[in-house]
Design a protein around this ligand. Structure first.
Ligand SMILES: [Zn+2]
Ligand SMILES: [Zn+2]
Length: 124
């Protein structure tokens, strides 16, 4: 019995040259889709999988170039208003006004409790 042709990590049918699919756990053979030649999966076991890793492919300077990101603190300082928090009863909340898409809807006031960070909104 002819054994399959090996090219790299691929096996080709010795009868018709079709690329054989990788072996599954279904059985001891791999069937050629073209000519139904049965190739024992043991043929796959001796395949040396050559990995073409070139560590020099990437210049070390490029690899070491890391983006040094300075963290910019974007903490927006919101105005505080005296509004009672519905969650904890604290009398101060951050105030933010959001304009709604249509004029009919008006705007929405977003409050965030200074004390417990509970957020709620009030429609104008
Ligand atoms: Zn075949
Ligand atoms: Zn609160």
């Amino acid at each position: 019995m002819q054994s399959a042709h090996k090219i790299g990590s691929l096996l080709f049918c010795p009868q018709c040259g079709t690329l054989l699919s990788a072996p599954t756990d279904d059985g001891p053979t791999v069937e050629c889709e073209q000519c139904h030649h049965l190739e024992p999966t043991s043929s796959y076991e001796n395949i040396e999988i050559v990995t073409h890793s070139h560590p020099d492919a990437f210049p070390s300077a490029l690899r070491q170039k890391r983006k040094t990101q300075t963290k910019v603190h974007q903490g927006k300082v919101l105005p505080k208003v005296s509004e009672k928090c519905p969650a904890c009863g604290y009398m101060e909340a951050y105030y933010e006004e959001k304009q709604m898409r249509s004029a009919d809807e008006g705007s929405t006031i977003l409050y965030t409790c200074v004390s417990c960070k509970h957020g709620w909104r009030v429609n104008n």
